[in-house]
Design a protein around this ligand. Structure first.
Ligand code: FAD
Ligand code: SF4
Length: 578
């Protein structure tokens, strides 16, 4: 049903702040602003979601006839805490001819923080000043030293484990003790040490000790389902509850923001949104607007906020909204490791993620690509889920090459093979830096609207030789580690024509940069406090403000930057400036 041609329902209440989105950025903004005394309304396009009530953390595969396989609504599996995926019913987006960008969205309270990987890496000092170091992209208008206090307080508030390593561009945080490596992770570390690849305990926002009233993890390894004991980070576990406790947070769920409204002077007056329950348009008034709908959605909102004052969209007088889009580069290689076959049964329980990882370890000056990537290993004998024990039949086929006798067939002999081979593969996923380029951006599709009539984004995406050469290096490195472990890669190395297996843009789900910050209003959308150059009471608190896409996952910086932005808003309100 389309939007009914009815009068807009205008709320008489004027809130101090309207936050759009309740994920990492929106959740942190709600906590900081409400605790500072602001009356906040939060618009969230999805339904309410409570990890204690709604998580499938303790479900067994046999609890469902589908054994947890994906559904239209939960594309990562029906036990996964993601209401969404790369497609959403009635909410299309488009790709410019000849380009591919896949846009992942979760529609639920807490957004993607309910099922993210919890890999929680700070950006390093060099990441904020790359242009000064190698001439590519741009420097951020802030430094690591500006961010460090906010990273420290994010660590203390949310909690993460890790180890002090003193690495120059992977700064240590305020860590809880890391869990011990599992058997296959020890073998990976042995091989990495031999190849002189740095391999250290991972850094995940999962509690290995109780923190701030939250229980320590009990190692069920199901973090992607949401944690009923609040032992990992999600916005509904850690940020929304304290904001609600102030009684100054009003959450409007199933509220799809459509545009930021402005007055004749060009100041924001609030946000209009579609109530998805009624398909009617509502308007909420606020003195300050914080967009945290995820980077591309916030850019879409700004571009759709057209007025006589801002005919190109709000905050877009420089034409920069939508530009500088990047995603993390990514590909993975699996290997069969014969010495992991028929291993001694032992307890491999742990957190829902890796216990070791490899931060970038090389000097680029000797390489044919700039910047770097980190490596996320996985493997082991986790609880089987839908499918055929992680595609184990493929492993058995691979064994023909190794001349390891298989019994397979049907019944008992097949089960025996499953027992022998299960847990004998490892996987290495590379996650690297993409440099912004002028062919990669989003704009508004002139011809396509979503089911509420809101114009949708159109993506333009291109990798350059920088990313393609980096992908080749990832492939060669992962194959070298597998060989060092005495194993064999399970796939052929993809050719350059196939970009060495580089995942399509958007597939690594770290899209960012489309409302970037900067000191020059001609080349950036926001100032160094994530405040729109064009409109002093509009802020962006997701990954849109990022100037570059370092080789670290982005969410810890979204959280720390949102804390910084929110405290700036509090100070500006107190000073009467907004
Ligand atoms: C499977 C997976 C694994 C990941 N692993 C990691 C990891 O290990 N480490 C890492 O750093 N990052 C990881 N990420 C990325 C991480 O989830 C995101 O970077 C982070 O959640 C982004 O936070 P956000 O607040 O910008 O947006 P989101 O968390 O996406 O929240 C945005 C919210 O805004 C709402 N919204 C959107 N549009 C509107 C609108 N028009 N009106 C009202 N509300 C709206 C959405 O419904 C959503 O709830 C992963 C993501 C996925 C999917
Ligand atoms: S592994 Fe730990 S943090 Fe993750 S869902 Fe289980 S108990 Fe929670």
């Amino acid at each position: 049903m389309g939007v009914l041609p009815m009068q807009i329902i205008r709320s008489s209440t004027q809130y101090d702040v309207c936050i759009v989105g309740s994920g990492a950025g929106g959740g942190m903004a709600a906590k900081v602003l409400t605790e500072a005394g602001a009356n906040v309304v939060m618009l969230e396009a999805g339904p309410m979601w409570d990890p204690v009530r709604d998580s499938y953390m303790f479900s067994w595969p046999y609890d469902s006839p589908r054994r947890g396989a994906p559904t239209e609504k939960q594309q990562f599996g029906e036990f996964d805490a993601a209401f969404g995926g790369w497609t959403l019913d009635g909410e299309p987006y488009t790709n410019a001819p000849g380009t591919t960008f896949d846009w992942f969205r979760s529609r639920m309270l807490g957004g993607r923080t309910n099922h993210w990987g919890r890999i929680s890496l700070r950006f390093g000092p060099d990441d904020f000043r790359r242009k000064s170091l190698d001439g590519l992209g741009d420097d951020w208008p802030i430094t690591y030293e500006d961010m460090k206090p906010y990273y420290d307080r994010t660590d203390q508030l949310i909690g993460l484990f890790g180890s002090k390593e003193g690495l120059p561009n992977d700064p240590d945080g305020v860590f809880l003790p890391p869990p011990k490596p599992r058997c296959y992770e020890l073998l990976i570390k042995q091989a990495a040490d031999k190849l002189k690849i740095t391999c250290v305990p991972s850094r995940l926002s999962i509690l290995t000790k109780p923190l701030n009233g939250r229980a320590a993890c009990h190692y069920c390894a199901q973090c992607n389902r949401g944690c009923r004991t609040h032992s990992n980070f999600s916005s509904p576990s850690v940020l929304i509850p304290p904001a609600m406790a102030t009684k100054r947070l009003t959450i409007v769920d199933n509220a799809m923001a459509r545009e930021v409204t402005v007055d004749a002077s060009g100041l924001a007056t609030g946000v209009s949104y579609i109530d998805k329950n009624t398909s009617r348009e509502n308007h909420v008034r606020a003195r300050v607007v914080v967009l945290a709908a995820s980077a591309c959605e916030s850019a879409r909102l700004l571009l759709n906020s057209k007025s006589s004052k801002f005919p190109q969209g709000l905050g877009n007088s420089s034409g920069n909204v939508g530009k500088y889009l990047t995603d993390t580069t990514g590909l993975s290689v699996s290997g069969f490791i014969p010495k992991l076959m028929e291993n001694v049964k032992h307890n491999e329980d742990g957190v829902g993620g890796m216990h070791v990882f490899m931060p970038w370890w090389l000097d680029n000056k000797k390489l044919d690509f700039p910047r770097g990537y980190h490596i996320e290993p996985s493997g082991g004998r986790g609880m089987p889920t839908f499918g055929f024990l992680g595609g184990i039949h493929n492993h058995i086929r691979a064994q023909a090459v190794e001349k390891i006798p298989t019994r397979s067939g049907y019944g008992k002999s097949l089960k025996d093979d499953y027992r022998r081979f299960y847990g004998s593969t490892v996987n290495f996923a590379g996650r690297g830096e993409m440099i912004p380029n002028s062919d990669t951006y989003l704009d508004i599709d002139p011809a396509v609207v979503d089911k509420w009539g809101i114009p949708v984004p159109r993506f333009h995406f291109k990798f350059t030789d920088y990313e393609i050469n980096q992908a080749k290096h990832m492939q060669e490195t992962f194959r070298a580690i597998i060989a060092e472990m005495g194993g064999r890669p399970m796939t052929e190395m993809p050719t350059r024509e196939r970009l060495y297996g580089l995942a399509a843009g958007g597939r690594i789900i770290h899209e960012l940069g489309v409302t970037r910050m900067g000191n020059d209003p001609n080349t950036s959308v926001l100032n160094r406090n994530c405040q729109a150059h064009d409109c002093r009471n509009v802020f962006v608190a997701d990954a849109g403000p990022f100037v570059s896409q370092p080789d670290k996952n982005c969410t810890w910086t979204i959280l720390a930057l949102s804390m910084r932005t929110s405290e700036f808003i509090v100070a500006e309100r107190k000073a009467g400036k907004i």
